[in-house]
Design a protein around this ligand. Structure first.
Ligand SMILES: [Zn+2]
Length: 743
């Protein structure tokens, strides 16, 4: 009774289509017809009109236009046949009252802190409700001190700084945007004793060193400033005052002093025009080659003689955040929810961030609404969401997840996120169980510039521009999904709750300089990012297919061989990382001990050898290796059994529940060491990277941060998790095919 006769006849060697996991041959034909129909509903003109409307005015959380946008979005969803609601949370939002930065010595200069209005871009003149450039969740403060240049402000940068004999204790640091999430920069600066942080965009990263600047080209001009939150989202995301709880009436709130996610020292972003006089006034050692940017100066580290005063005062308001939620109840499996979201709030006009992503969600929702009217209602329930307050710290989505945690735990199958879009190549991150699904989609969807499949274009680029490792990956049967760190609304779903998630967007062509500046406008977007909205339509085809395949496949299209292979690779990388770190420590300590390190340096310069480091012990990876063996076998058995057909009725529902709740098994109630809100033990944002993912974060960060005594214990935790996951696959295999599982 568990063998599918139709698919066995159609293709005895491969009973279930590889490209359309979860569908038999007959269902595949119907599904492909549905997807072609879906594509026909997509219209670039719709995308353009929605972007024009939604990005006409600045629309940050708490703004009048932000509220209007939420209502406009609700109206659209409703007109397409969705049940809609706006869910409100009241969140902390600091709004600047005073922002001042003055160079006091060796000469006086007041930073302008202003972005120019451009004749060529009418939107830049519409700035009634525009927040000035600032870093949200910096503390208030009035500090005066000498300046020190600290490169990107990573822990490694401070190690190098120490070798120059420079301390930032009691100083204000000036740091480049880039490499890490901006909230990491004041955190690390404060850990080293700094009392203020100035963050600037060096032209080497997204200004004239990269290409022509706006309005001639897409890169950042000398007055552009990247706004952004400096909340420490590596501890928790969401409203800073209500971790774990939705920020609704009656919920107990922390005081601001209790919220350890606020940037601990005053922090302000500036343009490179404002940064130049400050950097120019620094003396002390010449900055190492890797630290130098593209300004026309010799970069010095300091401290001083440049001395600055930084004065920041905020109005700490509580403002309403409006999440727009739209549902279409599934015709076959209404209790299984497929979730799709993008934020709607912006720092400014936000044509690219987030409207270019949001309009693809709208396109998918409209098309699926039309399919439903034609009688093709999705089998599972679809939940579309337009989140508010993402920019401040993934707040709208995190509050909603905390609010609906029990329901999501029960019903949440998958969460598909986007944030921003552009031309070029598909950036795709996600749970490894989605690798096969998305590879099937990337093979089916055509890139509008080349006529190749999205997958072939991606492989070509990897082969042309990648290093050996990337070139090897390009020849893999399936391209791997990047591990998810943080920086967008998938974080609460994946890392707090354990709902399998994906995040995608096209990019890589066109300038990136408008991000979070006044210049992120419709005018900029349609000149440099996606003038014809061809990639908007393409991204809707990608994620629309993911939604429709998830909505309609009888057995959910999670695939576990890819998960097992990914875990194997991650363990190999982890062991190699520990081995390399051990060997490097021995090598450098050897050079230090016999004086060779000192002998290699210029005795007339400030740069000193590093301190010797504690040797890296050997760790016991055996529990992980053993768990991998079991996982590999369990995944292979499950996928073999899936190929032989699927059950029906209540067995099918039980099977699917085992599959979609499997991601929850990768979480633990107590969370990661020191950050209990992050419950996923396979992926987390790095504590010192922010956006970048750490695989097996408990183990990896214990090694990286040289807390060696924690490592073996963390290995056991992850090994246990993988064993439980493997047992789940055995259980699922029994439901698919009792004889296979008991062999
Ligand atoms: Zn965004």
């Amino acid at each position: 009774m568990f063998v599918c006769v139709v698919c066995a006849l159609a293709s005895p060697m491969n009973a279930v289509s590889e490209s359309l996991l979860g569908f038999d041959a007959e269902q595949e034909t119907a599904q492909r017809g549905l997807e072609a129909n879906f594509d026909e509903q997509l219209s670039a003109d719709d995308l353009r009109a929605w972007m024009q409307h939604l990005s006409a005015q600045p629309h940050h959380v708490g703004s009048a236009y932000g509220k209007q946008n939420a209502e406009y979005l609700q109206g659209l969803f409703r007109s397409w046949g969705y049940e809609t609601e706006i869910e409100r949370y009241d969140i902390l939002l600091p709004v600047p009252e005073q922002l001042e930065l003055t160079l006091l010595e060796p000469r006086r200069f007041g930073a302008t802190l202003e972005e120019r209005t451009l004749e060529e871009d009418a939107s830049t003149g519409r700035r009634d409700d525009l927040l000035p450039p600032y870093n949200a969740y910096s503390v208030d403060g009035d500090v005066t001190a000498e300046l020190v240049f600290v490169n990107y402000g990573t822990p490694e940068d401070y190690e190098l700084l120490a070798r120059y004999g420079v301390s930032v204790e009691g100083k204000i640091v000036i740091v480049k945007y880039g490499r890490t999430f901006r909230g990491i920069k004041p955190k690390v600066a404060a850990e080293h004793g700094a009392i203020g942080t100035i963050i600037y965009s060096d032209p080497t990263d997204d200004g004239y060193a990269r290409g022509d600047v706006y309005p001639k080209g897409g890169f950042k001009n000398d007055s552009g400033v990247q706004r952004g939150s400096v909340m420490d989202i590596t501890r928790y995301a969401g409203d800073p005052l209500t971790p774990f709880e939705p920020s609704k009436k009656g919920v107990e709130r922390l005081s601001r002093d209790e919220a350890d996610v606020l940037a601990p020292i005053p922090t302000l972003p500036i343009s490179y025009a404002d940064a130049l006089p400050l950097l120019e006034s620094l003396e002390g050692p010449v900055a190492p080659a890797a630290w130098r940017g593209a300004l026309p100066i010799t970069y010095h580290i300091g401290p001083g003689p440049a001395k600055v005063r930084l004065t920041l005062k905020f109005d700490w308001r509580t403002v309403p955040a409006y999440n727009v939620i739209a549902r279409m109840k599934g015709s076959k499996y209404p209790d299984e929810w497929i979730l799709r979201g993008n934020h709607h709030d912006a720092w400014n006009h936000g044509a690219r961030d987030p409207i270019s992503g949001l309009i693809t969600v709208l396109a998918e929702a409209k098309a699926i609404g039309q399919l439903a009217k034609q009688g093709h209602r999705p089998g599972r329930t679809l939940v579309f969401a337009a989140w508010d307050a993402e920019e401040q710290g993934l707040i709208g989505s995190s509050e909603w997840v905390e609010d609906h945690r029990e329901q999501l735990d029960k019903h949440g199958v998958v969460y598909i996120n986007t944030d921003l879009n552009g031309r070029g190549f598909l950036y795709l991150g996600g749970s490894p169980t989605l690798e096969v699904l998305y590879n099937g989609i990337m093979a089916d969807v055509i890139d509008p510039e080349t006529g190749l499949s999205v997958a072939d274009r991606q492989r070509a680029r990897m082969q042309v521009t990648g290093n050996d490792k990337v070139r090897k990956e390009a020849t893999r049967k399936n391209l791997r999904l990047r591990p998810l760190g943080s920086g967008s609304d998938f974080t609460p779903f994946l890392q707090h709750l354990g709902v399998a998630s994906a995040n995608s967007g096209f990019g890589g062509e066109g300038g990136g300089g408008s991000y979070h500046t006044l210049y992120d406008t419709y005018e900029h977007y349609t000149r440099f990012h996606d003038p014809e909205f061809a990639y908007g339509v393409t991204l809707a085809k990608v994620n629309g297919r993911a939604l429709l395949r998830f909505a309609n496949a009888d057995v959910l299209p999670f695939e576990f061989n890819a998960f097992a292979a990914d875990m194997k690779k991650a363990v190999e990388e982890l062991e190699k990382f520990a081995d390399d770190m051990r060997a490097e420590t021995v090598r450098v300590n050897g050079l230090l001990e016999d004086g060779r390190f000192t002998a290699s340096l210029d005795p007339t310069r400030a740069l000193q050898p590093p301190e010797a480091k504690v040797a890296v012990p050997h760790f016991n990876f055996a529990p992980l290796q053993n768990a991998l063996g079991g996982l590999d076998g369990a995944a292979a058995a499950f996928e073999t059994a899936r190929g032989e057909g699927s059950p029906a009725g209540s067995t099918l529902r039980s099977l699917n529940k085992l599959l979609y709740t499997s991601e929850r098994l990768l979480t633990r109630e107590h969370g990661l060491p020191g950050r209990p809100w992050y419950r996923h033990h396979i992926y987390a944002p790095g504590f010192y990277t922010g956006y970048g993912a750490k695989t097996f974060p408990g183990v990896r960060e214990a090694i990286e941060q040289r807390r060696f005594h924690e490592v073996d214990e963390q290995i056991v935790i992850v090994a246990d998790i993988l064993e439980v996951f493997a047992a789940r696959l055995v259980e699922a295999t029994q439901l698919l095919s009792p004889s296979t599982a008991t062999q």
